[in-house]
Design a protein. Structure first.
Lengths: 182, 342, 643, 204
């Protein structure tokens, strides 16, 4: 019996290896219009609008997370959030999340924008890159597994890379902003 | 004897090969520049020595095998020693080694002299071009005394004919290698280093070059063009590149500019004059004046531009430009606008 | 030769003494027994089979590359998969086939036989080195099959292979594979040097050592001084990728050129490590099939030593395009040209050996002759790229691909096939078929030239290296198609060789002791040799051991017969010095190899695994070293201290 | 090999020794092979240190100079330990079991003390390995030497235990003599490492 369990564990490990190394270049973009409207409540006319998948497919692929890191710098998120330490924008390294730490919440924050200066990037950043940036933002607080998170980068050594940052534990808040947590 | 005929066959195709490889774009033996010509002359000198040595060695080898070949099997022939023949042969070998050393010295001196000749090309105020390597395209900047006079373009370098030009190479990500075989040898673009390459094109024309150091997924599609043109044409081109294109006049181009500013293009690209400032992608201020797009991969026409905008990943899988699904009329307006950016 | 004294006359070796020798020297058989073997011939055969299997795997990858490049804008392989395939092809051929086969396999099997002893020195370390090498190869191919094959080229320049531009574990697996293979090469290097200088048959003074053994000993010295450089560069790359050191980070004081210096300081000696055994093989084969002792033994030997020394002084010719100072580059041009003198001398000496001998064109000789044709062309194109200006035009183009295939396949694979045809009768006891051999030779020779000669022209036309595709406007298509067609011939040739190998095991003609009438000591014993190699340890009376042997050549007598005792001789004239005892079969090397693999592979994923796994390795090595009670007591009462 | 049936003269080696020391014994050659390999690693790594020095304007860049205290104590102790080491080597080659046992205990203690000092030495380097290239090179060079120091201390401890608790034979004395040689290698490489880590930043 133990031999079969070893094989299963090995297979799982190999599969994890495959996913981590996946280089997905061509994303079939779901719709012409990038990004959906704001989801205020579950009641909706006609069929129930299926919500965005909570799991981000890019969180297993080290390549996508490193692309997200390059986009984070190139799209000037560094301007406000610095390398995660925060500045004009709130820090992204810590466990405090105003609008929720699930991929879906971060995706909506980027697409819709937030008061006090967070611009809306709907239509400005294609879908695949949005999800790559979301994956990287979660990696900054150590949410992703260590072998997927990016290692040291070839720039000044601003902070320990995501692969070495300890995992933060944000409180589970799916409560929309403004309401008090239960 | 079988060996003989195949030997002559190789020599024949060796000669044929040289002819075939002589002319043709991006060929090292079709020199159009001062340095490439010197290197080509050195190449033919060393090549002729090498072929001569090869023929001598093969000749000696062929006769040796033919002369001492026997049909007998290995057991029947006892190992024999001929001390007298060995002594004579020692002299022959000594001469052969001596000749080898002499030939090597000839090649060494020729090589070092050519090396110095191509290295000390210089002039007082040459046209200075910064070539900065990105993952899978070339950023080209013409320095100028005033800041607003610097020209930023991509994948296409215009040089005046007959004048030395210095190219300062550096890289923002991995190691690339700047190589236009018709003009000069290659020089690596290494992050953390600033190399300088002196070029001089002697004949006007368009010379294709390609990245020669493996740099990732799209190393194969990272080409550039050096356009050598007379001085006045070069100055006209430079002036045109410095100028900011006039804002679009007709209705469709205006809508195209709006599409450019409201969609994903503005995040990565810059068009001087319409307020965009993205740094991730090449500068598109004078995109319409360039011969190719996507680092020499596609000729620059409306059809290729549309295909490249909509789904660049099918042409250069792995490059930084994402697929951009645009509504047909937006796409059409954008293409109109881009074609005004002469 | 001053033997202690020549006393009693040797009685014919009686049967039960041989049976006793067989019992003492035999390693256990069966499945579990396989892991306990310490006999140098069984480890040597495993090296050969594994290295040849990796050669076939590398060949399959090469075939995939040739299919992709046969037509412009081909979509057979995407860029990501093509990059993994060409990198794994390069790494397999260099680290898993060339060095292990040309150096480790041939020296582990043949050197003890050719110096006339019963086993290689440090037999358990020898077994350990094989398992570590096997683990390294499996790691690389496991990586390739789970889409984690290295994709930054076989020398993985930084920063492309660095943490920033190769996310995931691809470069880590490549770097750790290097640590595995270099560890096994270093272990075998130490063994070969000690076996060559301390375990020779009495009478085999330094100037009577066969050229093949000299070649392997010189290569062993090169391995000892070259491999540390690549182990350092791959370890530094691994540390950059896992524990955030900044060796190669340009922004924090690191340097990308440092990696190139470290790698090529090893890189160029590596290609000589692959080529010099080739010269040893060619010297042996040409001497045997020209039916005369080699001409210019000292000249060839000094050339090998010269190649070895100069080989360490010319690594910068791989970096001419990086913009190093002009003066430095000319120095390296001169050094690169100097190495041609040594190779030239060897070629001239072989030509004279054939000129004044009786040439018998058997298959091994055919492959040795192809060496002249192919290697000399490769060497001469090498002379072309030694000059800086010319190299600036042809560096990193297909001209270089053509050059190193001519030099490596000409300098190593052709002599290797010759060696396999030459020594297979000694290994398996049966002859390989001559007709199949000739078909194999001509198909391989023609296919090789068809594949790689056009690449010279492609390089001159500006086709850079490692491009997964090219546009049809570049008129490279016809030559690439020709090259791909040539690859088909080479594949057919290798298949014929495999068929010949399996056919000859059953139906090959029985070989007997010395089918080629050769001169070196391995032909003095039966084919395949018994477990103890030589019934009576031979002594040597001249440079060609069998040709110069006296009718009543003395034999060594007086070694204990109830344990694996071995005669150790002095360095200069191989006079008997003292007797040493080699260990019995034991599974410890296999267990130690597993522990070492666990240590290497776990440190890829997390640096925290360093201490626990290194302690496990320490414990296993402690068990390896711990003296066994019985043998210690037996040796205690019989030992003689040096007087 | 001459005709088999004709009786052939014998070369009798039965009275040659089985226990030899110095360059005659195989284990000495194996140890020399290891020292050659590790010596090359040290040499190349020190060359890397100076190569990286050429890439910086000031050295150490952004860090204080490494404190001399613990390093110098370590060096002094190592150099002094050459005396008992030589004594142990001579005694082992004479085969005096009692003296060898005492020597081994002494060398084990010296090794342990040195490892303890080394634990203090790392913080006194005044830099972190992931700070910049200087920090990486300094830490790795000292770590590399520490790896050898700890390995040889363990070797000496194992030899001490073997000398006390398992049957003693000539080979064990050979091993002790060769292990003393390895200790010399540790001393010499630490002199080089010490000069590079502590004095190169001060002089260059």
């Amino acid at each position: 019996m133990s031999k079969r369990r070893h094989i299963v564990v090995l297979a799982a490990l190999l599969l994890a290896g495959c996913a981590r190394e996946q280089r997905n270049f061509r994303e079939a973009t779901p719709s012409n219009e990038t990004g959906e409207g704001v989801q205020m409540s579950d009641i909706a006319p006609g069929h129930s609008a299926e919500r965005k998948p909570n799991a981000n497919p890019y969180e297993d692929s080290a390549y996508s997370v490193s692309q997200g890191k390059q986009l984070y710098e190139m799209y000037n998120c560094v301007g406000c959030h610095a390398h995660g330490g925060g500045g004009i924008g709130p820090p992204l390294l810590d466990a405090k999340w105003i609008y929720g730490s699930e991929p879906q919440n971060i995706y909506e924050t980027i697409v819709e924008g937030r008061p006090n200066g967070m611009p809306s990037f709907r239509g400005k950043i294609p879908e695949s890159q949005l999800w790559e940036i979301v994956a990287y933002v979660r990696a900054m607080s150590g949410q992703l597994p260590k072998d997927v998170s990016p290692g040291r980068e070839d720039h000044m050594y601003a902070k320990r890379p995501e692969a070495s940052t300890p995992k933060e534990h944000p409180p589970q808040t799916n409560v929309p902003p403004g309401q008090k947590e239960k | 004897m079988k060996r003989r005929s195949s030997f002559w066959l190789v020599v024949l195709c060796c000669g044929l090969a040289c002819l075939v490889s002589c002319h043709g774009n991006q060929s090292a033996l079709d020199s159009k520049g001062l340095q490439a010509a010197r290197i080509e002359r050195l190449w033919w000198l060393m090549f002729s020595i090498v072929v001569a040595v090869y023929l001598v060695v093969l000749g000696w080898f062929g006769t040796a095998v033919l002369r001492s070949r026997t049909r007998q099997s290995v057991q029947e022939i006892p190992p024999q020693v001929n001390v007298e023949a060995d002594r004579r042969m020692t002299v022959v070998v000594a001469w052969a080694i001596g000749l080898t050393v002499v030939l090597l010295f000839v090649m060494l001196t020729a090589s070092v002299r050519t090396g110095h000749a191509i290295a000390n090309l210089s002039s007082k105020n040459p046209v200075t071009i910064d070539v900065i390597g990105h993952q899978w395209w070339w950023e080209v900047r013409y320095e100028a005394t005033q800041a607003d006079q610097t020209v930023v373009t991509a994948n296409e370098i215009h040089v005046p004919v007959g004048q030395p030009v210095v190219i300062k190479t550096s890289s923002v990500d991995v190691i690339h290698s700047f190589w236009a075989p018709n003009l000069h040898g290659k020089r690596d673009l290494i992050p953390g280093y600033q190399n300088a390459v002196w070029l001089q094109a002697d004949q006007p024309g368009t010379y294709r070059g390609q990245c020669a150091e493996f740099c990732g997924h799209q190393h194969a599609h990272m080409a550039f063009f050096v356009v050598a043109e007379p001085l006045e044409k070069f100055n006209a081109w430079l002036a045109q590149q410095v100028s900011t294109p006039a804002p679009p006049s007709d209705q469709v181009s205006k809508q195209g500019e709006q599409v450019f500013l409201s969609h994903t293009c503005v995040m990565c690209h810059t068009v001087r004059g319409n307020g965009s400032g993205g740094k991730l992608g090449p500068d598109l201020t004078h995109i319409a004046s360039r011969m190719t797009i996507a680092a020499g991969t596609l000729p620059n026409n409306r059809g290729n531009l549309a295909g490249w905008i909509l789904d660049s990943q099918s042409i250069k899988p792995g490059n930084k430009m994402p697929p951009n699904p645009l509504k047909p009329d937006d796409l059409n307006a954008l293409l109109e606008y881009l074609e005004t950016l002469k | 030769m001053t033997p202690t004294e020549q006393s009693a006359v040797a009685s014919a070796p009686d049967i039960d003494r041989l049976a006793n020798l067989e019992r003492i020297w035999k390693d256990p058989s069966g499945f579990w027994g396989w892991f306990t073997h310490v006999n140098h011939r069984s480890i040597g055969k495993r090296y050969m089979v594994t290295a040849f299997a990796f050669f076939l795997a590398g060949g399959v990858l090469a075939a995939l590359m040739r299919i992709q490049l046969s037509r412009p804008e081909n979509h057979f392989l995407g860029p990501d998969l093509y990059n993994q395939i060409f990198t794994t092809h390069g790494s397999t051929m260099m680290f898993l086939f060339a060095v292990p086969m040309m150096f480790e396999a041939l020296s582990v099997y043949l050197v003890p036989l050719m110096v006339g002893n019963r086993n290689i020195c440090f037999p358990r370390l020898n077994a350990y080195s094989y398992y570590v090498y096997l683990a390294g190869g499996l790691l690389l191919y496991a990586g390739l099959f789970i889409n984690t094959g290295p994709d930054a080229g076989w020398f993985a320049y930084v920063p492309l292979s660095g943490p920033d531009f190769t996310p995931g574990k691809r470069s880590d697996i490549w770097a750790q594979m290097i640590t595995f293979t270099e560890l096994s090469a270093l272990a075998v290097a130490v063994e070969v040097i000690i076996t060559t200088f301390k375990l020779r048959a009495p009478g085999m003074s330094l100037n009577r050592i066969p050229l093949f053994v000299w070649a392997q000993a010189i290569v062993a010295f090169m391995v000892i001084f070259a491999m540390p450089a690549v182990m350092l560069s791959s370890t530094m790359l691994l540390m950059d990728r896992t524990v955030n050191t900044h060796f190669f980070n340009p922004a924090e004081g690191g340097d990308a050129i440092l990696y190139q210096h470290l790698f090529w300081f090893f890189g160029h000696p590596e290609v000589y490590i692959i080529f010099i055994p080739g010269t040893g093989i060619v010297s042996t084969i040409i001497s045997t099939f020209s039916r005369r002792r080699i001409f210019g033994y000292t000249a060839i030997l000094l050339s090998m030593v010269g190649t070895a020394f100069v080989g360490f002084g010319l690594w910068v010719h791989h970096m001419f395009a990086t913009g190093l100072p002009q003066m430095g580059e000319s120095f390296f041009t001169a050094a690169s040209l100097m190495v041609v003198i040594a190779s030239g001398t060897q070629v001239f000496c072989w030509l004279v050996t054939m000129w004044t001998g009786k040439v018998v064109l058997k298959t091994p000789m055919l492959f040795a002759l192809a060496f002249f044709f192919v290697f000399v062309m490769g060497g001469l194109t090498g002379v072309l790229m030694a000059s800086v200006p010319v190299d600036l035009q042809i560096h990193d183009t297909f001209f270089i691909v053509a050059h190193f295939h001519y030099v490596l396949i000409g300098g190593a694979v052709f002599p290797l096939f010759g060696a396999l045809y030459y020594w297979m009768p000694k290994i398996t006891g049966r002859m390989l078929s001559e007709t199949a051999g000739k078909w194999h030779f001509w198909l391989f020779f023609i296919g090789f030239n068809m594949t790689f000669f056009p690449m010279h022209i492609l390089g001159l036309r500006g086709m850079p290296r490692r491009v997964y595709t090219y546009s049809s406007s570049m008129h490279w298509a016809s030559l690439n198609m020709l090259a791909s067609a040539g690859a088909v011939f080479m594949t057919a040739a290798v298949l014929i060789f495999i068929a010949n190998f399996f056919w000859h095991q059953k139906k090959g003609e029985l070989a007997g002791n010395n089918p080629w009438g050769a001169a070196t000591l391995e032909w003095a014993t039966s084919s395949p040799p018994p477990v103890y190699n030589f019934a009576e340890l031979p002594t040597v009376n001249g440079r060609d051991a069998l040709w110069d042997a006296l009718p009543n050549q003395p034999i060594v007598e007086g070694l204990d017969e109830d344990c694996r005792q071995v005669l150790v001789t002095r360095v200069m004239d191989a006079d008997p010095d003292h007797r040493d005892e080699f260990p019995e079969a034991t599974p410890i090397p296999f267990i130690a190899a597993i522990a070492t693999s666990g240590f290497f592979i776990s440190t890829i994923f997390t640096a925290k695994a360093f201490f626990p796994t290194i302690i496990v390795v320490g414990i296993v090595l402690l068990i390896w070293y711990w003296p066994r009670r019985q043998p210690s007591l037996r040796r205690k009462e019989r030992e003689i201290w040096e007087h | 090999m001459g005709t088999l049936n004709q009786p052939r003269p014998l070369l009798d080696v039965s009275r040659t020794p089985t226990v030899v020391f110095g360059h005659r014994s195989i284990i000495w050659w194996g140890q020399s092979g290891l020292m050659a390999i590790e010596g090359t690693m040290f040499a190349i790594f020190i060359a890397t240190y100076f190569f990286l020095r050429t890439r910086e304007t000031d050295w150490p860049p952004g860090f204080d100079l490494p404190a001399l205290k613990w390093g110098s104590i370590n060096l002094a102790l190592l150099v002094l330990s050459a005396v008992p080491n030589q004594w142990l080597k001579k005694k082992s080659e004479q085969g005096e079991l009692g003296a060898v046992r005492i020597g081994l205990i002494a060398m084990s203690l010296i090794g342990i003390v040195n490892c303890a000092i080394r634990a203090f030495e790392f913080p006194s380097l005044n830099c972190v390995w992931d700070g910049n290239a200087y920090g990486s090179v300094t830490w790795t060079l000292l770590g590399f030497h520490t790896f050898h120091l700890v390995t040889d201390t363990c070797d000496t401890l194992v030899l001490t235990v073997i000398m006390f608790f398992t049957p003693i034979e000539g080979r064990r004395f050979e091993d002790v003599s060769v292990n003393a040689l390895y200790w010399y290698f540790i001393i010499i490489t630490f002199i080089a490492t010490y000069l590079v880590i502590y004095w190169a930043p001060r002089w260059l």
